[in-house]
Design a protein around this ligand. Structure first.
Ligand SMILES: *Cc1c(COP(=O)(O)O)cnc(C)c1O
Length: 377
């Protein structure tokens, strides 16, 4: 079978240049001084993308590694942790904090809306004795973005370290790590950056380093121990051998984003087109506020199942779209219009195919999804 067009919210389509970069000849990344410079250059490009002077690291595992490494390195048993939760990843962050002994307190928001800043303010006025807070920039399963630009400075007012999962936002949504006073921000290679799955990127503020390097008890992990990375450049030493081909690919993917320079506008425009097309066709978006610019989540209309949509999209049109899991299983479909997926042509053929699938299964729409999309664009 021909490779499908993967219009999923990660992994995303990978550009040919990125694949070619991954196919380059390799050196020994433990011994070749040029590789240390290359790794640093890639980190510097990521700093540009994140708008930060903080240290940036690339870790050798998918985004979840960054999330776990942050918890392992920052949390000590008994620490009070605030888990800001309005979705599956938000809630799950609390479980990672518990693994490392955190005493987790949840601030639970409406699962169909962005976190309400005023409600969080009221909550923090009554209880703010937290070492750190975990939060999610974009809840990928529900397609909701949270106002991290306001939440992180608010947490800072109380001296609470922020640990932000920005896996499905970096490279698709604006991000100002320094201006928004974000302490630890983590991303993955396979979402809006459109590199191959397998890498975490992580920015670490001075306040976060102070905690990591001044613990009472040692970090109970090796692979998740961020302290090991503190002086990698000065000492020209990595804790373990780097996946050099993956990093070649990531470097090229970040170049593509920085060179084009239009990614924020492009994501806004395409996301708006996709949302409006669904609304005008009479379908219901899952979010009631905080609409993501990287993934759109739509309720499955009556008369068709997720499996029918997924199979018809793949078999008749060779396009892969996603459903969701947990409480959203069989309730929504998701289109990932992020990174290399976020172009008019790919989005158009996806909506056209989806329109045909609905038609084939007898689902009535008010007009055609793809025609609305063209009108809006
Ligand atoms: C994709 C993603 C991750 C990483 O999860 P995987 O299931 O390993 O892909 C973490 N957080 C968010 C918000 C994500 O979208």
């Amino acid at each position: 079978m021909k490779k499908p067009l993967i219009m999923t919210p990660g992994p995303t389509e990978i550009h040919e240049d990125v694949r070619k970069a991954m196919a380059q000849d390799i050196t020994n990344p433990d011994l070749d001084i040029d590789f240390f410079e290359f790794y640093k250059q890639t980190c510097d490009k990521l700093k540009k993308l994140l708008n930060t002077k903080n240290d940036v690291l690339i870790l050798n595992g998918e985004g979840i590694l960054g999330l776990e490494a942050a918890c392992a390195s920052l949390i000590e048993p008994g620490d009070r942790i605030l888990c800001i939760d309005n979705g599956i990843f938000g809630k799950g962050f609390g479980d990672f904090a518990k693994i490392y002994g955190g005493e987790v307190i949840y601030f639970e928001g409406d699962y169909r809306r962005a976190i309400d800043l005023n409600e969080l303010k009221d909550f923090l006025e009554k209880d703010n004795d937290f070492k750190l807070a975990t939060l999610v920039y974009c809840e990928t399963p529900s397609g909701i973005t949270n106002p991290v630009d306001e939440i992180c400075p608010l947490l800072k007012e109380y001296g609470i370290i922020s640990v932000v999962d920005a896996v499905s936002a970096i490279g698709g949504e604006p991000i100002e790590v320094d201006k928004w006073q974000m302490d630890v921000v983590l991303g993955g290679s396979q979402k809006c950056l459109s590199a191959s799955p397998g890498l975490t990127l992580l920015s670490i503020s001075k306040d976060a380093w102070d905690i990591i390097l001044n613990r009472n008890i040692p970090i109970k992990s090796f692979y998740c121990n961020l302290a090991l990375w503190k002086n990698w450049y000065e000492e020209k030493w990595f804790p373990y051998t780097q996946p050099i081909s993956d990093i070649y690919g990531l470097d090229c993917a970040v170049d593509r984003i920085l060179e084009r320079g239009d990614y924020i506008e492009r994501h806004k425009k395409i996301a708006n087109g996709v949302r409006e097309s669904f609304i005008q066709a009479g379908l219901e978006l899952y979010p009631l506020s905080g609409y993501s610019n990287t993934v759109t989540t739509v309720l499955i209309p009556k008369g068709i199942s997720f499996n029918e949509i997924f199979s018809s999209m793949l078999e008749d049109h060779n396009i892969m779209i996603a459903g969701a899991f947990d409480y959203l299983e069989n309730k929504v479909i998701r289109i990932g219009h992020m990174g290399e997926n976020c172009y008019e042509d790919k989005t158009y053929i996806t909506l056209k195919a989806l329109n045909n699938v609905f038609k084939k299964h007898g689902i009535k729409l008010n007009g055609s999804l793809h025609k609305y999309f063209v009108d809006i664009m």
